[in-house]
Design a protein around this ligand. Structure first.
Ligand code: CTP
Length: 409
């Protein structure tokens, strides 16, 4: 199975109506349907008449396993719009065209898709896609404002970028399928155990400047921390990600605070940690920094054959956070060890005031830095360690959050 695509909450076992309108971006909706299906959702695709001019119904059947629905007047399915609307856990419209948005805003029920919208209580995710002039038009803006007054509606995008051939670029482009899938996940996970809670995640390694061009750092990519931030947001939390330099895409919906050094990370975390319900310390914080970074580049000709850099200890961010966290909150730590994994992880659990610690072994196959999978053992204070197999980092994040949710409850 493709990593990151296995059935997982919040999508698994849920029912999503995917409405597709007639726009160039409709070709990307096949990917949305496929990814929702791979994550375990049952996807009922509803095409508008215009959508069929852009993408063939068979494409959706190929990825969801059943044919899309088009005709509100199909014989034998008189109450289809009602049953689709009633059974849906979420309705997603992607692409949502200017015409669709206008019809939805005025409460029209002029085709199967708009009729489903009028017949559902489920949250509705709309991903607008149109020419930038159409998106900027006062009628479109007014219609969107009407939809956004309704708390069940969430808009995702449009993004800025190149529009259809022959047009320039501007806001109007549909966001990428992965973002739409996450927006649907958030709508599905909103009533979940993390709904309304504040989660802070640290991620990636810090960089400690030696001189203006060099730094001391480590191999942490940030993948585990970013997966945790994404998973927490999908479960309804308000998430802040305090990250050292990383090339991992920023998860949709997450507040991003970029830092470089351990001292900057420490300030950013201590400023916020008093207000959170969950703090996850996934960052690989450099334990030492050069005492005084040079202001000029170190020259080999001057330094000679050996160079000594005077290092001084950085603050322990996790330990400093423990004292500031509110009662009932949960602190999660990580321990990366080369030997005596469980003993050392337990020691860190106690020393840093964590409620649980995620232990993994450096250099183990399928685990650790820069890769998409991890193999961890979760240790909760006073409980037997839970050893997990090699899993995709997002799946590991879900396991960790399951334990966090138990603790919060
Ligand atoms: N951590 C932190 N601040 C630091 C060092 C570590 O917040 N200055 C956090 C990490 O984010 C992680 C946990 O503490 O959640 C353990 O990190 P690790 O580097 O394994 O432990 P150290 O305290 O550095 O201990 P050691 O160097 O002895 O392994």
């Amino acid at each position: 199975m493709t990593p990151g695509r296995e059935p997982l909450p919040p999508w698994a076992g849920r029912r999503v109506v995917l409405g597709v309108c007639g726009g160039i971006a409709a070709y990307k909706s096949v990917q949305v349907a496929r990814d929702l299906t791979l994550r375990g959702a049952t996807v009922d695709v509803v095409l508008t008449d215009a959508a069929r001019r852009f993408v063939a119904p068979m494409s959706f059947e190929g990825v969801t396993g059943h044919g899309p629905l088009i005709d509100i007047f199909a014989v034998g399915d008189a109450a289809l719009h009602v049953s689709l609307g009633r059974e849906a856990d979420c309705v997603c419209v992607a692409p949502a065209t200017a015409d669709f948005i206008a019809r939805a805003a005025s409460g029209r029920a002029s085709d199967l898709l708009t009729t489903v919208l009028v017949a559902t209580d489920a949250p509705v995710v709309i991903a607008p896609a149109m020419n930038d002039r159409m998106f900027a038009h006062p009628r479109t803006r007014a219609s969107l404002a009407v939809l956004e007054e309704d708390l069940r509606y969430r808009r995702v995008g449009p993004a800025e970028g190149r529009l259809a051939a022959g047009e320039g670029s501007g806001p109007g482009r549909m966001v990428e399928p992965a973002t739409i899938v996450d927006a649907v996940g958030r709508a599905l996970g909103d009533g979940g155990p993390l709904a309304g809670s504040r989660v802070l995640v640290t991620a990636a390694g810090t960089r400690e400047p030696v001189d203006p061009v060099r730094y001391l750092g480590n191999r942490s990519s940030g993948k585990m921390g970013y997966a945790l931030a994404r998973a927490a947001w999908l479960r309804g939390a308000e998430v802040t990600l305090v990250s050292g330099p990383s090339t991992v895409p920023v998860p949709y919906g997450v507040e991003m605070v970029r830092v470089e050094t351990a001292l900057e990370m420490c300030d950013a975390v201590l400023e916020r940690v008093g207000g959170v319900d969950v703090a996850v310390h996934a960052a690989a914080v450099a334990d030492y920094r050069p005492r005084v970074p040079r202001t000029e580049k170190v020259k080999r000709g001057v330094a000679g054959d050996a160079l000594t850099v005077d290092l001084v200890a950085n603050p322990d961010i996790a330990a400093a956070s423990a004292a500031r966290m509110k009662a009932g909150s949960v602190a999660v730590g990580f321990a990366l060890e080369t030997s005596e994994l469980l003993t050392r992880a337990r020691r860190k659990l106690d020393a840093k005031g964590f409620d649980l610690i995620v232990a993994n072994r450096a250099g183990e196959k399928g685990a650790g830095f820069e890769i998409d999978t991890n193999r961890v053992t979760i240790i909760v204070r006073g409980e037997q360690p839970r050893e997990l197999p090699v899993m995709d980092k997002f799946a590991v994040a879900c396991e960790i959050l399951d334990v966090v949710e138990e603790r919060l409850a």
